[in-house]
Write a protein that binds this ligand. Structure first.
Ligand SMILES: Cc1cc2nc3c(=O)[nH]c(=O)nc-3n(C[C@H](O)[C@H](O)[C@H](O)COP(=O)(O)OP(=O)(O)OC[C@H]3O[C@@H](n4cnc5c(N)ncnc54)[C@H](O)[C@@H]3O)c2cc1C
Length: 285
């Protein structure tokens, strides 16, 4: 059974932001695939839920040079979008391996970011696409780079009165490729053991931009920045890719749990980073 709470279902974003600012402990309710589980388990005990279901303006994928994802865009919406297929194959790979069909139909992009799980599957692809998060409150709107969003385990920069309203992906470089791989104990409906996403861009035979993001191997999804720096400006050889992959593993700080040991996870960061970087570089040549 649930504890008692008020449910507010606003018709407009302005009403929703008003409700988020009403004080007490207030949480947004999007697809509910995390929140309902947490309510039932009494891991959260809010005074008020603000349902986002009726806010049509928060759902949808708009190509505008870059791409803007409304906060309520679902995992299934990602899989159905030609714009996402063209610009963000890493997001498609993540969406394909996300939960099962029923959860994909309701789970939202903003809910995945806001839940703060180190294993949130949409976050590494969004990190390597340089995503920005738009946060709105009654008093205004601000934009935060996703790589600066998390402060620590389940801690982030969002104020309690703010809603995520959109996630923006900038126009990608001309010759660039992005990939994601989710290692889990099963295909579908499984929590990630190690997730790796990469973007590589090439100009005149050299790597002009490198992004590497890791999931489930640290308190938050993170960028392997020292590894990225080893690649930028260089022609990528198998030896350099191997060194960068080992560096990415060194930047992770996994723990042992029921799904895998820390050592296995660290090794998988190295293996998957090497594989994805090699495939991305080859696809550009
Ligand atoms: C069976 C099952 C399988 C799953 N499989 C996966 C998986 O493979 N990969 C994975 O990453 N996750 C998985 N999940 C977890 C979950 O589905 C995702 O994290 C999902 O993206 C959460 O989105 P939601 O819309 O359901 O969020 P909700 O449950 O509605 O909300 C989650 C949190 O985000 C907050 N929130 C939601 N929207 C906003 C907003 N716009 N602004 C501010 N805060 C907001 C809520 O207040 C809440 O704290 C699974 C869950 C279940 C039950």
């Amino acid at each position: 059974m649930y504890a008692e709470f008020d449910l507010v279902v606003p018709e407009t974003l302005a009403e929703a932001l008003e409700a988020m600012a009403a004080g007490g402990s207030t949480l947004a309710l999007a697809g509910g695939t995390n929140l309902i589980v947490d309510l039932r388990g009494r891991r959260v005990d809010p005074d008020r839920l603000v349902g986002l279901d009726r806010l049509a303006e928060l759902r949808g994928i708009r190509a505008n040079g870059g791409i803007e994802l409304g906060a309520r865009t679902t995992v299934t919406d990602l899989l159905r979008s030609a714009d996402i297929a063209a610009a963000a194959p890493s997001l498609v790979e993540s969406a394909r391996s996300f939960a099962g069909q029923m959860v994909r139909n309701t789970a939202t992009v903003a809910g995945n970011i806001a839940c703060g799980s180190p294993a949130a599957d949409l976050v590494p692809p969004l990190l390597v696409l340089d995503a920005e998060v738009t946060l709105a409150s009654r008093t205004g709107t601000r934009t935060v780079a996703l790589c600066d969003y998390y402060l620590g385990y389940k801690k982030d920069v969002r104020r309690p009165d703010e809603l995520i309203t959109a996630i923006s992906l900038p126009r990608r470089p001309q010759r660039a490729y992005n990939r994601f791989y989710k290692l889990a104990r099963r295909h579908g409906d499984a929590i990630t053991v190690t997730g790796v996403a990469v973007t590589i861009a090439a100009e005149e035979g050299r790597c002009s931009l490198a992004r590497i993001a890791l999931a489930a191997v640290a308190p938050v999804p993170l960028r392997a920045r020292r590894s990225e720096a080893m690649l930028e400006g260089k022609a990528l050889t198998p030896a350099l890719i191997s060194e960068a992959a080992a560096q990415a593993a060194a930047e992770s700080s996994p723990i042992d749990d029921v799904r895998a040991s820390a050592g296995y996870r660290r090794k998988m960061v190295e293996v998957l980073t090497r594989r994805l970087l090699s495939e991305a570089w080859q696809s550009l040549h």
